[in-house]
Write a protein that binds this ligand. Structure first.
Ligand code: DGY
Length: 427
């Protein structure tokens, strides 16, 4: 751990602070992103606790209520919250059709890390009184968001929620989505991408991807954001193993938070959801890859492309042994876990989720392994991550073979991951 690097990480968060929320990086992502916000809060927690709680509270101020698009979608937490306008990003606030909201957001969500990050923040808080007060304020909103996932994304009560958009997975262009996305029509309308103004095209998804994600965005608006219609008519419906793991872990943590604050009814409600998913996840197990994978709900097929998402199974607390798959992943790169297997035909070293290493994923995967008793694997991933921070700083993601920084520069969640996992634990 280097003090200079920790100070640089704090500077990244301060420079990306827009007053109550942190943008991921200037230009490329000028709004508040959902799963980024939770990781950013972990980083703020190491040097400014009030600001850390504010990050999560600002995010949840954009959660949809019954007054927005009806009770059915209450509890949706957008993957982007547009606290102010910016023209450096597509699709910005005017594209989603959510103008009726008090605070505009996108119409899809993102991995629900929040309850877990809130629990980790509470554990680390120096000011326990302020932390408990913040958790008390947040608890009903966390509960509403988890209920939204279970109610609208698993209406059959199967135990496995679905996503309706690749952006919802947070792992936008993962090769696991290639097959289900190929069945989505390409939009015929004109649009102008802005990401390529900031980052080289070799690191970003291609036009064929954007043509389909724009189609899916527009379809939500045409369905009036009615979750029943969206779940019935959606052209992309996937049990994303990443979301299943992250929601499972967050619901376990929500049980603990609820118990701590004396809300036994909420604890019981979430424990029942956890139990249902615990059994259901076996349907995602890939014998071939010895890890869970995602499933296309429209065809019923397992998506035969193992990615780092499935290595979150230990973090989720699933009763699945992924240690051999993690060992295999660690043998492929010196920098932790690559998002896509290097031997995959879809592997593309610099391209976003088709190869690169992401430091927050290293953290989540490693923490889960430590909790299952695989401290050796945790320590290996942490040591590789620490080395990568020293070598390449706080880029959005990293080349799995060279460790060079890729995507956006001075990236908030990368800096936050360093502060929480490397700097604070070494202090
Ligand atoms: C993007 O624009 O690449 C984002 O990941 C979408 O959330």
């Amino acid at each position: 751990m280097s003090h200079a690097l920790a100070e640089r990480a704090r500077q990244v968060l301060r420079a990306n602070d827009r007053g109550g929320y942190t943008i991921p990086t200037a230009g490329l992502y000028p709004f508040q992103w959902n799963w980024d916000a939770s990781v950013c809060a972990l980083g703020w927690m190491t040097f400014d606790e009030p600001r850390a709680w504010q990050e999560i509270e600002t995010l949840f101020s954009g959660m949809w209520t019954e007054q927005d698009y009806g009770g059915g979608s209450a509890g949706l937490l957008g993957h982007i919250t547009f606290h102010q306008d910016a023209d450096s990003y597509f699709p910005g606030p005017d594209e989603w059709g959510t103008q009726a909201l008090r605070l505009r957001t996108s119409s899809i969500s993102q991995p629900p890390l929040h309850a877990t990050m809130v629990r980790w923040m509470l554990e680390r808080a120096q000011d326990q009184g302020a932390a408990e007060a913040a958790v008390r304020r947040l608890l009903p909103r966390l509960a509403a968001h988890h209920r939204w996932w279970y109610r609208t994304r698993d209406p059959e009560g199967s135990g496995l929620v679905r996503v309706l958009h690749p952006w919802e997975t947070g792992m936008d262009n993962s090769p696991a989505w290639d097959a289900p996305l190929a069945a989505v029509p390409a939009t015929s309308r004109a649009y102008r991408r802005r990401d390529l103004d900031h980052v080289d095209a070799s690191m970003r998804p291609p036009k064929a991807f954007y043509d389909r994600v724009v189609y899916l965005m527009d379809a939500n608006r045409e369905a009036g954001f009615d979750p029943v219609r969206m779940a019935r008519e959606g052209r992309f419906q996937v049990n994303d193993v990443g979301i299943v793991c992250i929601l499972q872990r967050a619901s376990r943590d929500l049980v603990e938070l609820a118990l701590r604050l004396g809300d036994e009814a909420l604890a019981g409600e979430m424990a029942a959801q956890v139990a249902r998913t615990q059994g259901a996840v076996r349907a995602l197990w890939s014998q071939r890859w010895q890890q869970p994978v995602s499933r296309d709900l429209l065809t019923g097929a397992l998506l035969d492309e193992p990615t780092s998402a499935g290595l979150l199974a230990a973090y989720a607390g699933f009763d699945l042994d992924i240690a051999p798959a993690v060992r295999n992943a660690l043998a492929q790169t010196l920098h932790g876990v690559a998002s896509t297997r290097l031997a995959s035909a879809a592997y593309d070293a610099p391209r976003y989720w088709r190869g690169p290493v992401w430091q927050h994923m290293n953290l989540l995967i490693a923490r889960g392994l430590a909790e299952c008793g695989h401290t050796d694997l945790h320590d290996r991933i942490r040591a590789s991550s620490a080395q990568l921070f020293e070598q390449s700083g706080f880029h959005e993601y990293f080349h799995p073979e060279t460790g060079s920084g890729l995507g956006g520069k001075d990236f908030s969640w990368t800096a936050a991951t360093y502060l929480h996992w490397i700097a604070a634990e070494a202090a």
